[in-house]
Design a protein around this ligand. Structure first.
Ligand code: SF4
Length: 90
């Protein structure tokens, strides 16, 4: 009977350790999430990146690259420009 309690306690401790390690290894920059949320999310690849997350990472490095996202238009484009602090080009 004591063995079951020990195994249960061990499983609980190990699962807690796994959750903490996973959270630290997969730590995502908050700006990355915000930029990704401003992209259309089609994962269409027309920007040259295989998915919107990769494009978000590139925007963090070079904010002017957002223009390569062709589906990003209108209000969504304006929101991205506002977020990145880019003046609208007319
Ligand atoms: S073009 Fe835009 S919607 Fe398509 S994958 Fe690139 S960032 Fe995502």
């Amino acid at each position: 009977m004591i063995g079951i309690f020990i195994l249960t306690a061990l499983a609980f401790v190990l699962s807690f350790v796994l959750v903490v390690v996973d959270a630290r290894l997969n730590k995502v920059d908050g700006r990355l999430r915000e930029i990704e949320s401003l992209l259309p999310g089609y994962n269409c690849g027309s920007c040259g990146f295989s998915w919107c997350r990769a494009m978000s990472e590139e925007i963090l490095k070079n904010k002017d690259i957002y223009i390569k996202c062709r589906p990003l238009r209108g209000k969504a484009k304006k929101e991205m420009e506002d977020y990145l602090g880019i003046e609208e080009v007319k």
